[in-house]
Design a protein around this ligand. Structure first.
Ligand code: JD8
Length: 263
């Protein structure tokens, strides 16, 4: 996969040289290129912004500079290329987005600053047949798109085949296929701060361990993310799941749509 990041603060992305993504670059699994938007400015002040039409505070990033940059970075045909524009007004990025973007040939991240990027940039590339995704990483305000791009690049890159040592570890993760949060995890020492390990985890009884972990995942999800319980498919729940969920106040809905509702 090729990933291009365009920013007026390219050094912000240098952390991508570290850890998993850094290794992926060395192993040729990821062709990551970081670009300085100012390299496509045409005036001696290397201007990338101007005042907003219609008035208002702050400055807006110019479409013409972004157009020159994205045109240069787009590797050949639009098919297989996704232009990602981080913005607080975007659709919220989820594991589903990460999974769908992980099969792309090229991702281009347009990191805005100031009040954002002129809206015609996304409009122009959509019209040109490029898959454009205006995405937010969450309901809080950042000063620019760089941090959001780092988040999305790591979430996507770790799903590239060959990236994580043991692909099985991807299965049981929060927001994974089970649609549940993760169960609590423990390691040595068996006793710490006068806190012991749950007995069942020392039993070697794999079926009991699996059941214990599923119950903890259901409890955590019901407590912290009831929206995820409401999104579960009843067909994927066994009688133990349903019994625990009933104790937690969730029962199959009356209209048989395969969803759980609050009892
Ligand atoms: C891109 C400029 C700053 C935003 C005026 C503060 C994502 N979840 C998220 N929160 N914030 C962003 C984000 C913020 C950005 C840009 C993403 C480009 N800003 C602007 C509008 C209000 N300033 C984000 N993803």
């Amino acid at each position: 996969m090729r990933v291009d990041v365009i920013s007026i603060f390219p050094d912000y992305l240098s952390v991508l040289d570290l850890s998993l993504v850094g290794k992926a670059r060395q192993r040729g699994l990821l062709d990551l290129r970081v670009h300085d938007l100012r390299d496509w400015t045409t005036d001696r002040h290397r201007t990338v912004d101007d005042t907003p039409f219609g008035g208002g505070a702050g400055m807006v990033m110019r479409p013409d500079v972004w157009g020159l940059a994205v045109d240069d970075v787009l590797d050949g045909d639009a098919a297989g290329t996704h232009l990602i524009v981080p913005t607080p007004s975007g659709e919220v990025f989820t594991q589903r987005h990460a999974e769908s973007l992980a099969s792309a040939e090229q991702l281009v991240f347009a990191c805005g600053r100031y009040e954002g990027i002129d809206a015609r940039v996304a409009e122009h590339y959509r019209a040109a047949g490029v898959a454009v995704h205006e995405l937010s990483i969450g309901d809080y305000v950042l000063n620019g798109g760089e941090v959001a791009s780092l988040v999305m690049i790591e979430a996507v890159a770790r799903l590239i085949p060959g990236m994580v040592g043991n692909p099985d570890s991807l299965v049981e993760e929060s927001h994974g296929a089970a649609g549940l949060l993760e169960y609590p995890v423990y390691t040595k020492p068996p006793s710490w701060a006068e806190l012991e390990i749950p007995e069942v985890l020392l039993s070697g009884h794999h079926a009991k361990i699996e059941r214990w972990r599923r119950d903890r995942a259901l409890e955590r999800t019901a407590a912290r993310r009831p929206d995820m319980i409401a999104a579960l498919d009843v067909a994927g729940l066994d009688k133990h799941d349903l019994a625990l969920l009933a104790e937690l106040g969730w029962v199959p809905g009356p209209d048989g749509d395969g969803r759980l509702v609050r009892a």
